[in-house]
Design a protein around this ligand. Structure first.
Ligand SMILES: NC(=O)c1ccc[n+]([C@@H]2O[C@H](COP(=O)([O-])OP(=O)(O)OC[C@H]3O[C@@H](n4cnc5c(N)ncnc54)[C@H](OP(=O)(O)O)[C@@H]3O)[C@@H](O)[C@H]2O)c1
Length: 344
């Protein structure tokens, strides 16, 4: 066993981890391990964390082709299954990257992820962003693609039809969206033959997205929450002076102090209890163990939940600036904040 996978803590019984029942009736573990290593965590470190996390009870892994580590994560998944954890107990998600939205590209891109992950099917495949705009990994937020496009619903549905085909082929069990807004989701719900089972979205105590959260839940779409701890490790290029950190919030600090846990623990507890599925990233065994413990810990009180509900600051951390498609726009234009899709 490598150093990263050694763990002194006893495993948490996966059967004790809360599950979300999706519109299909399938059950998805209500916490997953994020696998986006960004600039500072190597594919080998992420792959070691996947193995270590499975050993202590994680069964849900949030992957994506753009994270550049699916081959290494796939080797870990293969050894996890060879080690005796049945494939059906795992929940593995991947995502279609933005330069692969064209009809001809979707299935080959999916098949590449499937083979890198060394699986015969995926549990969930998402369209990573609703914009088909390529930008190189690690580029600056001021970077723009010369042929950047806005959200064009007809084009998105062509991509979506290919995802539906993957379900028909038995290659993926569920399909979903990510980084969507209510107006865009309304159109997808109107036109999809197979409705999105989940929407992956930024969710933490300082960015609770109450309207979008309620909308997806009311429409039978399970919310998966990314950056559940407020992404403290994100690169400088993804930070702006207005950003705040939920783990530094006095209310979170107070609750954490009273319970003798790290503020990250409270962020995860709140997320699981509120009803989203957090996917915290960590390659530190102590931290990913604590995050899974948070999902099974004694619940926060109603007063604590209410106190955290009041902390929302509408503070979006992942703004998506690189997806802007013309001059003179601000990142808010990507998020349809006036209740309509921002015109082209
Ligand atoms: N769909 C999308 O567009 C999208 C966008 C962004 C992210 N995601 C997904 O969401 C996942 C999570 O997002 P994220 O990585 O940006 O943010 P995050 O999970 O909020 O934060 C991760 C950071 O928190 C630290 N951390 C984790 N657990 C901790 C604990 N218990 N105590 C103290 N520190 C802790 C980690 O450091 P250590 O490694 O040192 O523990 C890491 O630096 C990604 O990996 C990816 O899978 C999806």
């Amino acid at each position: 066993m490598s150093e990263e996978t050694q763990h002194a803590s006893p495993a948490i019984d996966p059967a004790s981890v809360p599950q979300r029942t999706l519109s299909t009736g399938a059950r998805m573990p209500a916490i997953g391990l994020g696998t986006f290593g960004s600039d500072h965590v190597t594919p080998a470190q992420v792959a070691a964390a996947v193995k270590g996390a499975a050993a202590i009870g994680y069964r849900h892994f949030d992957c994506a082709s753009v994270y550049g580590n699916e081959a290494e994560v796939g080797a870990s998944l293969e050894s996890i299954i060879a080690g005796g954890i049945p494939r059906e107990e795992l929940w593995v998600t991947s995502k279609l990257w933005n330069d692969r939205h064209s009809e001809a590209d979707v299935i080959p891109s999916f098949l590449k992820s499937l083979s890198d992950l060394r699986l015969a099917y995926l549990d969930l495949y998402l369209v990573h962003w609703p914009f088909p705009n390529f930008h190189p990994p690690g580029c600056d937020v001021s970077s723009r693609s010369a042929d950047a496009k806005p959200y064009i619903h007809e084009s998105f549905m062509k991509t979506w039809r290919k995802l539906e085909e993957l379900v028909d082929l038995g290659l993926v069990r569920h399909i979903g969206t990510s980084n969507m807004t209510i107006p865009k989701l309304k159109l997808v719900l109107r036109d999809a033959r197979i409705k999105p089972a989940v929407n992956e979205m930024e969710l933490h105590p300082h960015f609770q997205q109450p309207e979008l959260f309620d909308f997806v839940v009311q429409n039978g779409i399970a919310p998966i929450g990314y950056c559940p701890i407020g992404s403290p490790g994100r690169p400088d290029r993804d930070r702006t002076p207005e950003d705040t950190a939920p783990t530094e919030d006095p209310v979170i600090l107070e609750i954490a102090g009273r319970r003798g846990v790290h503020p990250a623990f409270i962020c995860i507890q709140w997320a699981v209890q509120r009803g989203q599925t957090p996917i915290p990233f960590s390659v530190n065994p102590r931290n990913y163990y604590a995050n899974l413990q948070a999902a099974v810990a004694e619940p926060l009180t109603a007063e604590e939940m209410q106190a955290i509900a009041k902390l929302d600051r509408n503070c979006r951390l992942i703004k998506g600036q690189v997806f802007l498609w013309k001059d003179g726009q601000t990142w808010e234009d990507l998020w349809d904040i006036h209740g309509e899709i921002t015109p082209p």
